[in-house]
Design a protein around this ligand. Structure first.
Ligand SMILES: NC(=O)c1ccc[n+]([C@@H]2O[C@H](COP(=O)([O-])OP(=O)(O)OC[C@H]3O[C@@H](n4cnc5c(N)ncnc54)[C@H](OP(=O)(O)O)[C@@H]3O)[C@@H](O)[C@H]2O)c1
Length: 305
């Protein structure tokens, strides 16, 4: 099969190349999925799981990409819950070959059915950003109706999901980002916007929850904005500064079939919009994933149509 592979950690996305790889075999409880569309988070090339297995052994050449929508073509021994020919979407294991390929083997429990009226491209854009937003707000952040949420990068893939879900849940949402993203963040439902390049972040006053997708100085300054009993939720590593009287949590998104179901239900009834930027075929994936200009929205790679 055709796949994007990486072998050189230092090269980042520039080290990606299109290659021929063996078709994956389903292990116990796996399904093999014919990938129709795949998402990709550029930072995954900086994670150890791209380069080594769980015992730290070199697993290159590895296939990046860990979210997909496609059709089940084979079941492993003992696999239940999904069947051959079923449309599915979901998050795949970080330490196994990923989804920038024509086929991928993945544990069936990591996937959820993709309804027939949801496009594969939309389906592939949902798992990482949708599950990250859901888990950060409701599991780790324990958001309550009426609380205020500061969403960094509110026009980005994760931030736009966080903004929409927090609004639906009855929170007051302040989005942040670059000046050019103001309107997009407001369109996703932010009630205020802080331009991180020109406005004073501290002017927002106190908030109950900060959802940080940026980290660094922005993350450190955010800790001081958390009200007593509030939470700083980070998806970019452990917060360097903790709120004086609140919690600081960092987490890595987990597969969850029920939550995928909640997310796709909202896409179907119009409560959630995804933010898709570029769509490219697998043959053009290397250039699409190495843009020469600033792009917004998720890049989705099509492997079958
Ligand atoms: N822990 C987890 O499980 C998990 C899951 C998903 C994502 N993540 C991480 O979360 C981060 C965001 O992912 P994403 O897919 O949402 O990326 P994204 O679509 O690029 O969104 C990030 C947004 O924040 C903006 N931004 C970044 N730095 C900024 C700064 N200094 N000032 C103002 N705006 C800034 C970006 O603008 P520009 O594009 O102009 O920089 C973009 O609009 C990534 O680091 C990713 O690895 C972690």
């Amino acid at each position: 099969m055709k796949a994007i592979v990486v072998t050189d950690e230092a090269a980042g996305t520039a080290g990606m190349r299109l290659a021929e790889r063996p078709d994956p075999e389903p292990a116990l409880n796996d399904v093999v999925v014919q990938v129709h569309a795949s998402g990709f988070v550029p930072t995954e090339l900086a994670w150890p799981s791209t380069w080594t297995d769980r015992l730290g052994r070199d697993r290159t050449p590895s296939i990046p990409g860990h979210e997909l929508a496609g059709v089940v073509t084979a079941l492993g021994y003992g696999t239940t819950g999904l069947s051959v020919g079923q449309r599915v979407f979901g998050l795949t294991d970080w330490t196994r070959d990923g989804t920038l390929a024509e086929y991928v083997a993945v544990e069936a429990r990591n996937l959820a059915p993709l309804p027939g009226d949801v496009d594969f491209i939309v389906g592939a854009s949902l798992p990482i950003s949708g599950l990250t937003a859901w888990q950060g707000l409701f599991e780790h952040g324990r958001l309550q109706t009426g609380q205020s949420v500061l969403v960094h990068g509110a026009a980005g893939a994760v931030g736009s999901m966080v903004t929409q879900l927090a609004r639906e849940f009855g929170a007051y949402v302040i989005g942040t980002g670059r000046a050019a993203d103001r309107q997009k963040a407001l369109d996703f439902g932010a009630q205020e916007f802080v331009d991180l390049e020109n406005d004073a972040l501290e002017a927002v006053g106190g908030v109950d929850l900060v959802f940080d997708v940026i980290g660094g100085v922005i993350g450190k300054r955010s800790a001081g904005l958390i009200r007593a009993g509030g939470v700083l939720v980070s998806v970019v590593g452990p917060p360097e500064v903790r709120p004086a009287d609140g919690l600081a949590i960092d987490f890595v998104v987990m597969p969850d079939r029920a939550q995928l179901g909640e997310i796709v239900r909202r896409v179907r009834d119009g409560r959630l919009r995804t933010h898709i930027g570029t769509v490219a075929d697998l043959d053009d994936a290397v250039s699409a994933l190495n843009p020469t200009e600033r792009i917004t929205g998720k890049t989705i790679i099509r492997a079958h149509s």
